[in-house]
Ligand binder design. Sequence first.
Ligand code: SF4
Length: 353
Amino acid sequence: MMVFLPYEVGPIRPPSEAGSLLIRATRNCPWNKCEFCPTYKQVRFEKRPVEDIIRDIDRAAAYHGDRFQTAFLQDANSLIMKTPDLVKVISHLKEKFPSVRRVTSYARARTVARKTVEELKQLHEAGLSRLHIGLESGYDALLEYMKKGVTSELAIEAGQKVKQSGISLCFYVILGLGGRLRLEGEETWRKHALETARVLNAVDPDYIRVRTLTIKEGMPLYEKLLSGEFEKAGDAEVVREEELLIENLEVTSRFVSDHSTNVLMDVRGKLPEDKEHMLSIIRRYLELSEEEQLNFRLGTLFRALGYAPNYLTLNEFFDPSKRQRVTAVIEEMEAKEAGSTRKLVERLNTMLI
Ligand code: SF4
């Protein structure tokens, strides 16, 4: 059911902010060029006047009362606001919502790198607790191909500054981002994994969140997929890349897989303690036959989209009764049309948000 709120709300927030109060500090994305991102492509970036944001906070307080413990500042890069303006907004938010214990926002690494540690400390003192930054990859050639507008050096600088300021840092990584490209004459997936590990090791963010590349209409990358310039990696290739990434991580971060685009949602934990366990799940998956991997993926997609039968974790795949039910669906589909399972998996993938 659509609820009309008496204040403005933007289109997206991280999965971890599902229960948060959403306050729109700016509209859309000031960069808006990333090849893999459809979110703001048809709309222009706008800064909002501080008094409008303050008025929205007042309206949200009158509408909801003090019932939120967490708040998220939208849209794609609130840090582009002048630091004193953002301090004013966050301070007002904390005043009107005294129960809010955590205030977070998305930010671009380039923008964060331009702030001083002192400015970031001011934001932290005002109440900004965490920044979600899309690292996507640490491999410069891939960042350039995807028009991310950031280099690995800038990402490291931004990440280290955030950590020094006391603000908690979440870096996002896109698994499979390089597809089957060969940039600089090398297999991109391998460089993507190794270079991303290098950046993560240099920063040691509090959280590493992974999501897997899905390509939909509205993304510039979609055109490259249609023309054949870009080819998506298969599930097993992406999982092998994830293995290489994790093997090379030397961090104390929490590794989070909370996005249904990921093949293995149960590969998560605290590093370094859970590293071997995480790798053991990956290796167990890689030992499956192609047919079993397809069966598993169909079951996890059914789960993500609310259909039954389904699997959430790899352990559930090894439950004979669960597997039998997914297998029965596949047998029925294949009897009608050979190859229809793979087509369905492709289609369901594009339905994930
Ligand atoms: S990924 Fe982020 S920075 Fe890139 S276009 Fe999308 S919202 Fe903007």
